[in-house]
Every structure is written in C-alpha cells, then in structure tokens.
Design a protein around this ligand. Sequence first.
Ligand SMILES: NC(=O)c1ccc[n+]([C@@H]2O[C@H](COP(=O)([O-])OP(=O)(O)OC[C@H]3O[C@@H](n4cnc5c(N)ncnc54)[C@H](OP(=O)(O)O)[C@@H]3O)[C@@H](O)[C@H]2O)c1
Length: 212
Amino acid sequence: MKKILVIGANGQIGKMVVNLLRNQDRPVVAMVRSKQQAEKLENIGVEVVVGDLEADFEHAFEGCDRVIFSAGSGASTGLDKTFLIDLWGAKKAIDYSVKNGVEHFLMVSGLGADAPDDWVSDMKPYLVAKYFADQYLLSSGLNYTILRPGLLTNDKGKGLITTTRSTSTNDLFISREDVAKSIEYCINRDEVSNQIFELYHGNEVISSAFQY
Ligand SMILES: NC(=O)c1ccc[n+]([C@@H]2O[C@H](COP(=O)([O-])OP(=O)(O)OC[C@H]3O[C@@H](n4cnc5c(N)ncnc54)[C@H](OP(=O)(O)O)[C@@H]3O)[C@@H](O)[C@H]2O)c1
C-alpha cells in the first residue's frame, strides 16, 4: 500500500491527522520543516520527511499516492509568507503531485476562498492566495477534495459537522479536531474526489455529512 503524505504535519490539524491515520494503520509520512520537529515524531514511531515549502520538497512525494495539504503561513507572518506558503507552496505541492502520479490531493482551504470580495476584512489577501491555490488544483487534472472550514477553534471535536453554510455568521466555526476527522474520512474515500465542501460545527455525523 502506498503512503499518505501530510504536508504541514507539525501544525495543529496536521498532527491530529497523522495520529488519526496511524490509529487506522494507514501508512503515513509526515512532512515537517525542521530536524527537531522530525526527531520528536520519529521518537513516537512516525515516518517523517523534512521539507520546506519555500525550497524544493519533491523528495517528500516518493512512495506516496495521496497528499493532504494542511500547511499555512499563519496569522503572525506577513503577506510575503502568505504568498510563498499558502499560494506558491501549495502550487508546488500540486505540481509535484502531478509529476509523481498522486491519485488524490486533499487541500485544506478556508471559508471565503471561493469569493474573497465577499469578505471585507484584512483576511482578503489570504483569501486571494487560497482562491488561486484552489483554482490551480482544480485545473491540475488531479483528483481533488477541497475542504473549506470556517473559523477554527480548539474545542473538543464532537464528530458532528455540517457542510451547509449557516446564514448566521456566529455559526461559521468548527473545531480543528472535527476538521482533522473530516480529512481522515475524505482521504480514504474516492467518492469525495473532485468535490468542494465547506465545513462547520453541526449535527450530522461525519460519515453522512458528505454527500456524493
Ligand atoms: N485559522 C483559521 O481560522 C482557519 C480557517 C480555515 C482554514 N484554515 C487553514 O487551516 C490550515 C491548518 O490550520 P492549523 O491551525 O493546523 O495551522 P498551523 O497550526 O499554523 O499549521 C500550519 C503548518 O504549516 C507549516 N508550515 C508553514 N510554513 C512552512 C514551510 N515553509 N515549510 C513546511 N511547513 C510549513 C507550519 O510549520 P511549523 O510548525 O514549523 O510552523 C505548521 O506546522 C491552514 O492551511 C489554514 O490556512 C485556517
């Protein structure tokens, strides 16, 4: 069985996804950007590859047929990193996936990436980067799943979500744990290929929230 590459595996969602996949005995490779991060994961038995999204990281794709892109530059960096990580890093991951015959690419995008102009806020440049990363994936020819979670929280996941956007902006949030569980569900299912889902806290169990 080929492996699932998790890009952004030292991140909050990435770590949860790696654990969930390992608990299922799925072969998984965690891509992190420093040797120290790698050592911590290796010490608990995780297969790791060190790769920097700002450099050449094609080596990470060896032996992998599924890719999860959950990396992000984060809120504390400037626009330069938004473009270099969220947009250009994602673009390179898509290119490497095409070149290496990846069968399913799952992108962690975000609410608003479909229409940045609808969101009048300082989030807009980030949403533009996400918009073009998603567009690039859509035109890549890869089997894709794009997940667009609302505002992320660190609440305990309930395993209950919805893919339908509420009219109340107060409802547009989801826990990282439920996003991770949704990623784990989707990466194992070809039925969710070539679909885009928004993700929010909700009332549906994950297995029935995704309609295909
Ligand atoms: N915050 C929100 O409300 C929100 C809403 C919707 C979607 N999202 C998206 O959700 C995703 C994951 O969220 P999260 O909370 O798990 O984020 P996170 O904890 O910040 O994780 C992002 C990961 O990306 C890694 N990364 C950054 N630059 C890199 C580089 N040059 N090379 C390799 N890895 C690099 C970081 O590495 P280090 O650990 O070394 O820093 C980090 O582990 C992001 O794509 C974000 O845009 C966020």
